[in-house]
Design a protein around this ligand. Structure first.
Ligand SMILES: CC(C)(COP(=O)(O)OP(=O)(O)OC[C@H]1O[C@@H](n2cnc3c(N)ncnc32)[C@H](O)[C@@H]1OP(=O)(O)O)[C@@H](O)C(=O)NCCC(=O)NCCS
Length: 107
C-alpha cells in the first residue's frame, strides 16, 4: 500500500477533529498519509483528486480538511494542490489546527 485517506461524505466519523455536523455542501478529508518511500511521486495528489471527484459526484461544493500547525510539509502540499487556508483553531494542548478548503466547481 502506497497511501490512504478517509473521506467524510454523509457524516463525521466518531473521533472527528471537527465539532458540529458536516455541512450539506461539504466533504471532509481525514488521515491522509503516503508511505515515506512513495512521497513526492504524486500519490498524495492522486488520492486527493480522487476524493475531489467522489465528493463532486455526490454533489458536494467544497472539500475541507485540518492539519496541525507544525506540519509544514502538509501545509505546502495542500497549498500546492489548490487548497486555501482558513482561520485555524487552538487545541487544548496548546497547539493549533490549520484549516483548509478547496471549492469543487461542478464540471
Ligand atoms: C503530505 C503528504 C500526504 C504528501 O503526499 P505526496 O504523495 O508526497 O505528495 P505529492 O507527491 O502528490 O506532492 C504534490 C505536490 O505537493 C507539494 N509537496 C508535497 N510534499 C511536500 C513537502 N514535503 N514539502 C513541500 N512541498 C510538498 C509539491 O508541490 C508537490 O509537487 P512536486 O513534488 O512536483 O514538487 C505526505 O508527505 C505524507 O504522507 N506526509 C505524512 C503524513 C501527513 O502529514 N499527512 C497529512 C496530515 S493532515
Amino acid at each position: 500500500m502506497l497511501g490512504s485517506v478517509t473521506l467524510e461524505l454523509d457524516a463525521r466519523i466518531a473521533d472527528s477533529d471537527n465539532p458540529g455536523a458536516l455541512a450539506t455542501d461539504e466533504a471532509h478529508v481525514r488521515l491522509l498519509a503516503v508511505a515515506p518511500v512513495a512521497r513526492r511521486l504524486g500519490v498524495g495528489r492522486t488520492l486527493m483528486e480522487h476524493c475531489a471527484a467522489v465528493a463532486r459526484d455526490r454533489g458536494k461544493a467544497r472539500l475541507t480538511l485540518n492539519t496541525s500547525q507544525g506540519n509544514i510539509p502538509a501545509q505546502r502540499f495542500y497549498e500546492a494542490i489548490g487548497f486555501v487556508r482558513l482561520p485555524g483553531r487552538p487545541l487544548r494542548d496548546g497547539s493549533a489546527l490549520c484549516s483548509y478548503e478547496r471549492a469543487l466547481p461542478a464540471s
